[in-house]
Design a protein around this ligand. Structure first.
Ligand SMILES: Nc1ncnc2c1ncn2[C@@H]1O[C@H](COP(=O)(O)OP(=O)(O)OP(=O)(O)O)[C@@H](O)[C@H]1O
Length: 238
């Protein structure tokens, strides 16, 4: 397993418990789609998994390492939903900085080809402050695809990238898991998840109500949107 989450509870305050006994696993070679209504706890779950919020109880392991360990942090990368990047750096400097964090040398030829692939040829020497919103998102994706960690966590990072970049992303993310890595992909884009995700984890009001292969869910429910409607109706029925 590349990620094991066991019996996770999390509360921001004593009166607001957000996660309720969440358990799930991501095997190697797996893209796990994480879905759920707004406010269901997806970003909170991701932050606890990556030790950005302190674990209150339960256990998270990345490979065989507990989430708080240096090994776990070195073997995972997080692409956040916002596009706050250091604007005073160029794209190349940002990638060099990211590689430095992981103790890796920057492969300049790979950088050039990644920028070209994502329709940003020649822009790596420009300041990030001059990048569009979509270009900032693509820079985050390039970092993940260059650093190729055991676990890549993507929290709605794809919002705002164009259809061409999305198609390239879909190919790249499948290549990543074909190498034995895993991806946790949080998104409201159900059509994209139907194309790339191997499994789906459904969070409603902080509880993991479904974890199953996407093929099985589609066979049983039609589409992920149909499944979402069914689950939300069941949860809302008193
Ligand atoms: N820093 C915080 N302090 C207190 N409550 C918070 C904090 N961050 C999030 N919450 C609350 O935790 C709950 C879950 O929020 P979270 O951002 O994890 O949901 P989400 O599923 O990622 O939502 P979305 O799809 O809208 O991004 C919400 O009720 C939210 O108001």
């Amino acid at each position: 397993m590349n990620l094991t989450v066991e019996n996770l509870n999390f509360a921001y305050t004593s009166r607001t418990q957000v996660l309720h006994d969440v358990s799930f696993t991501i095997p190697t070679n797996c893209i796990m789609g994480l879905v759920g209504p707004n406010g269901s706890g997806k970003s909170t779950l991701i932050k606890v998994i990556l030790d950005l919020l302190q674990l209150q109880n339960g256990q998270v392991k990345i490979g065989s390492d507990i989430s708080q360990s240096r090994n776990a942090k070195m073997s995972s990368i997080y692409l956040s939903s916002n596009d706050f990047l250091p604007e005073f750096l160029t794209g190349e400097e940002y990638l060099r900085f990211m590689h430095g964090l992981y103790g890796e040398a920057l492969d300049c030829a790979a950088l050039t080809s990644q920028f070209a692939k994502y329709s940003m040829a020649g822009r790596h020497r420009d300041l990030i402050e001059d990048y569009s919103h979509g270009m900032r998102k693509k820079l985050q994706l390039i970092a993940a695809f260059m650093l190729r960690r055991r676990l890549t966590v993507i929290d709605e990072t794809l919002n705002g990238i164009d259809i061409d970049a999305l198609r390239i992303f879909e190919g790249d993310v499948k290549e990543l898991v074909a190498e034995g890595r895993s991806v946790l992909l949080c998104s409201h884009d159900f059509a994209m998840l139907e194309r790339v995700a191997d499994q789906l984890a459904f969070l409603i009001r902080g509880s993991m109500v479904v974890q199953a292969p996407v093929g099985d869910l589609i066979a049983d429910h039609g589409t992920i949107a149909d499944l979402a409607n069914e689950l939300i109706q069941v949860m809302e029925t008193p």
